[in-house]
Ligand binder design. Structure first.
Ligand code: ARG
Length: 472
């Protein structure tokens, strides 16, 4: 069997034969873990300084090392230095790049460091960086929803349960409900970041190092809060990946819910929203079509976000400590969730920001489908009637309407009195959509006054979220 070239491998010493092509193909990760290159170089700079402090590099060597790392970073950024198939992974490729620039000195950087603590550090740095980009996109989306809510603040709509008319609401109230979901996602990511801010570097392969390394200094230089307290845990823990993938899956599910609503609102039957041409697609055969593909892809992609979480959890289950090569499987699912979110979020934000709400269509039928039945029942309760009876009386009014093919607000005082003597003419005061809305003025309710207060709360929440991505 043909043996592949050994030149860049980090572990040739005790082998008399090179790996089979099949082994190389299976093992190879540089085609995906190349995304970690810039973080790996960041870690390398911190490690070089620590080797100098430990007396393992002199001043001149450190200087040359840092210059070469900067140079390598530039070439990685411009694409003039790339990992190749002969490099097993990103760490191997970057050591090759360093040796190409420094000769034997390049081989000194690996002292006290293993790919096990290196890759765990790289992935944390990658995720902490990208989580900030995701939070930025989540803020943009919340703002798009908030702007629509403010633009259409007075528009009433039928609120639904079971996708049936339930009670009238402000359309803004429904848009803002989505904002709260995304605000919780941001909150989860900020909370995640606190736990992810632990540096694995210094753990070595699994047991720490006999060299005078300084994990505290390395952690600080890389922006972590502290180094890991247990070197075995440092190289084997992927909780931060699982937690991230869960949060990404939940964001995906939230996007699928707003995506589905837009798809529904955009149907001829609803006719509630019109999408901007730039944020919709056409059909190759039906010239009249304008399809809500962004909403549909938001719905569809939730499958892969959930799948990526399942994939990682399954990989982690029953893995013995410390590092196992299984852990290489943590990356593609993570990169996929990050990249898909960063593609999907701006598209959904743009679709929302540019859609027009057809207010007549939204408001039409806000009180229809007997949506004021609860108002009648609660009016009776305020007259001292037990809710159990009030529910029956209001139900009788609904039945009478069904028989006549009318709505509750079409009934006259005489009609109401004939249904039940306790339905006096005063009940007419709650049989309007505006009356029903204004009455729901509890905290978090749909009354215009409550929705205004809610908007203030959301603005304060978004300002706090900004502080996370742009610290003062
Ligand atoms: N590519 C490997 C990974 O993603 C890097 C660590 C390899 N460590 C090892 N002992 N083979 O996990």
């Amino acid at each position: 069997m043909e043996q592949s070239d050994q030149s860049t491998r980090l572990w040739g010493g005790r082998f008399s034969a090179g790996p089979s092509p099949e082994m190389v193909a299976l093992s190879l990760s540089v085609h995906f873990d190349w995304r970690l290159a810039k973080y790996d170089l960041q870690g390398s700079r911190a490690h070089a300084r620590v080797l100098k402090a430990a007396g393992l590099l002199d001043d001149v060597e450190l200087d040359r090392m840092l210059t070469a790392l900067d140079d390598l970073e530039k070439d990685v950024a411009s694409g003039s230095f790339v990992g190749t198939e002969a490099d097993e992974d990103v760490h191997t490729a970057l050591e090759r790049g360093l040796i190409e620039r420094l000769g034997a000195l390049g081989g000194k950087l690996r002292a006290g460091r293993s790919r096990n603590d290196q890759v765990a550090t790289d992935l944390r740095l990658y995720l902490r960086d990208n989580v900030r980009s995701i939070v930025r996109e989540l803020i943009t989306l919340q703002q798009a929803l908030l702007a629509k809510a403010e633009e259409y603040r007075d528009v009433v709509a039928p609120g639904m349960t079971h996708l049936q008319h339930a009670q009238p609401i402000l359309f803004a109230h429904q848009l803002l409900a989505h904002v709260h979901a995304f605000a919780r996602d941001v909150d989860r990511l900020r909370d995640w970041d606190r736990r992810a801010a632990v540096s694995p570097l210094g753990a070595g392969a699994l047991a720490g190092s006999s060299l005078a390394l300084d994990p505290v200094a390395v952690a600080a230089e890389l922006g972590f809060d502290r180094p890991a307290d247990n070197s075995i845990d440092a190289v084997s823990d992927r909780d931060y990946v699982a937690e991230f993938l869960f949060t990404a899956a939940l964001i995906g599910v939230h996007l699928s819910r707003i995506g589905e609503e837009v798809v529904l609102w955009n149907t001829t039957e609803f006719g509630w929203v019109s999408l901007h041409d730039s944020w919709a697609t056409g059909s190759s055969i039906m010239p009249q079509k304008k399809n809500p593909d962004i909403g549909e892809l938001a719905r569809g992609k939730s499958g892969r976000f959930v799948g990526n979480l399942m994939s990682l959890l399954t990989t982690l289950k029953a893995l013995p400590l410390a590092y196992d090569r299984d852990l290489q499987e943590d990356k593609e699912c993570t990169f996929d969730s990050v990249e898909q979110l960063l593609m999907l979020l701006p598209a959904v934000s743009g679709m929302i920001a540019t859609m027009t709400v057809n207010t007549d269509a939204v408001s039409r039928g806000a009180g229809a489908g007997h949506a004021l039945a609860t108002d009648v029942a609660e009016w009776l309760v305020r007259q001292g009637i037990p809710f159990r009876d009030a529910h029956e009386i209001s139900g009788a009014a609904v039945a009478a309407c069904d028989e006549r093919g009318c709505e509750l607000y079409d009934l006259s005082a005489a009609d109401l009195a004939a249904i039940d003597s306790r339905l006096t003419s005063d009940v007419l005061s709650v049989l309007t959509v505006d009356g029903a809305l204004a009455a729901r003025s509890t905290h978090g309710g749909t009354a215009p006054s409550s929705v205004l207060a809610q908007i203030d709360g959301i603005k304060a929440s978004i300002a706090a979220q900004r502080a996370f991505i742009d610290p003062a």
